[in-house]
Write a protein that binds this ligand. Structure first.
Ligand SMILES: Nc1nc2c(ncn2[C@@H]2O[C@H](COP(=O)(O)OP(=O)(O)OP(=O)(O)O)[C@@H](O)[C@H]2O)c(=O)[nH]1
Ligand SMILES: [Mg+2]
Length: 460
């Protein structure tokens, strides 16, 4: 999409459908003139046309399509100190679709054009009101799948990570300046910064980038929910547990082994997280085609799982235990995050001790279910610790640059340790700074902006 900041753009900024209040947003150099013939304030409230400070103005709006003036409030930002970094206004009106459409038509008739997806936020970015990480955070706040993701998006929007990266960049620019100044005086043996100091500063920089690299590697795109998959042998009580945890009867339960064929997935709230809970078919060898399709579905779900809850019936017949343990071990060996649950614990007999499990529950009596939920929340929090800063969408965009910045910094540090000369360190530092510029969105292409902002909604 061509980038044009001189057009005056408009869009509805409130959600579709009838509501008490609807909002039409306008941004661009012609905002004041466009509204001049439409919006009027009562005589005692002053003249909004000559306003120099942002303010709310009560009044009425005249639209040629309607006979009566509409009650409206105008929020007007006359200068560049607005969300978009240019003159901007919001009309707060009765939230009726025909009213909002009428206002948009009138504004377009007077010279505005309809805004594209994310165009208000793109203007904010292009006018320096926020950096790319913050612009991505605006989308993150809107799309947040749960409380935890919302917190991260708000942190990024507030500039937490940007602040750290900017500080790092300032320090690296300072270090580069010292190194390059030293290069000019290399014959006179003047040292602007000691080797020890270089190593200390590079080490600190590397630590920050290292944490961002692992953070970026593990982030999911915004709005992507994590997946907890219930697995185990047929009749282990997976579907019964699924129904208990989801408070539904979505999964069919029966004493016949092999009841679940297709998998069933439902979002559930666990602490601050919303996850997809998935019930799968019990694990069995089979030549039957429907059954084997069910086993394929199960395998797909297992492969996509963030956490597997392995269900092992307390009354599992002794002759099945060896095979069951083998399957369990296979999953462990493949490195899955696994929580082993002893199900149907009310049916346990003391005759033969069962293998050790993490936790025992009974879906029939409700025993252990609260403890299981707590364990699941803890497992989700554990999985979250390594990924505390970056939003998923930013992580996907920045992953390669962060990785390259990390490589350059490691090489710079190694060059300092080996005392291979300040030219080499400078070279690596220059490349690191270029990668940081990409992360902060100071270097970008139109295609990249298109890609980022096309995921936004219109009016944002
Ligand atoms: N007593 C008791 N029975 C249970 C418990 N959990 C499940 N059951 C019973 O065990 C049987 C199998 O339960 P399901 O939930 O269908 O087991 P599943 O693991 O989904 O089985 P498949 O879909 O065949 O793989 C049903 O008759 C349930 O009523 C429990 O905690 N206590
Ligand atoms: Mg089942």
């Amino acid at each position: 999409m061509p980038i044009d900041l001189q057009d005056t753009i408009t869009a509805t900024a409130s959600p579709p459908g009838a509501s008490l209040r609807g909002i039409v947003r306008i941004s661009g150099p012609e905002t004041r003139q466009l509204l001049a013939g439409m919006f009027t304030t009562p005589p005692d409230t002053g003249d909004w046309h000559s306003a120099t400070l942002p303010r709310r103005w009560p009044g009425t709006l005249r639209i040629s399509a309607f006979c009566q003036p509409l009650p409206a409030a105008l929020f007007f930002w006359p200068t560049q100190r607005s969300y978009t970094g240019q003159t901007m206004a919001e009309l707060h009106l009765p939230g009726s679709e025909p009213v909002l459409e009428g206002v948009l038509e009138e504004l377009c008739r007077r010279g505005a054009r309809l805004a594209r997806r994310g165009e208000f936020t793109m203007r904010a970015f292009l006018n320096g009101r926020m950096d790319l990480l913050q612009a991505e955070a605006v989308h993150g706040v809107i799309q947040a799948a749960d409380h935890d993701e919302l917190q991260r998006a708000l942190g990024q929007l507030g500039g937490g990570i940007t602040g750290n990266l900017r500080m790092l960049r300032t320090d690296l620019i300072g270090l580069l300046g010292d190194l390059e100044a030293g290069l000019d005086f290399v014959d006179e043996d003047i040292e602007f910064v000691s080797n020890e100091e270089i190593r200390r500063r590079l080490g600190a920089a590397l630590q920050l980038i290292q944490s961002l690299v692992s953070d970026a590697a593990s982030r999911l795109p915004a709005g992507h929910r994590r997946r907890i998959v219930l697995a185990g042998l047929p009749n282990a009580g997976k579907s019964t547990l699924f129904n208990r945890l989801t408070g539904s009867q979505r999964a069919i339960v029966s004493p016949t082994a092999g009841t679940t064929r297709d998998y069933v997935s439902t979002p559930v709230i666990l602490g601050n997280f919303t996850v997809d809970l998935v019930d799968t078919a019990g694990w069995e060898d089979t030549a039957d085609s429907i059954l084997s399709r069910a086993q394929e579905f199960r395998q797909e779900q297992i492969d996509a799982a963030d956490l597997i809850v392995w269900c092992r019936a307390a009354d599992l017949p002794t002759e099945q235990r060896a095979a069951e343990s083998q399957l369990h071990r296979q999953l462990q060996n493949r490195g899955f995050d696994l929580l082993t649950v002893k199900t149907r614990s009310d049916l346990e007999t003391t005759a033969t001790p069962a293998p050790a499990e993490d936790i025992a529950i009974s879906a029939a009596t409700g025993a252990g279910l609260t403890a299981l939920t707590e364990r699941l929340v803890r497992a989700l929090e554990r999985g979250n610790q390594a990924r505390s800063e970056l939003l998923g969408t930013s992580a996907v965009r920045c992953r390669e640059s962060l990785q390259r910045a990390h490589t350059c910094l490691s090489q710079a540090l190694q060059a300092a340790v080996d005392r291979r000369g300040d030219e080499l360190i400078s070279l690596e530092l220059r490349q690191t700074l270029r990668e940081l510029q990409i992360v902060l969105g100071e270097v970008y292409t139109d295609d990249l902006l298109d890609h980022i902002f096309s995921h936004f909604c219109i009016g944002k």
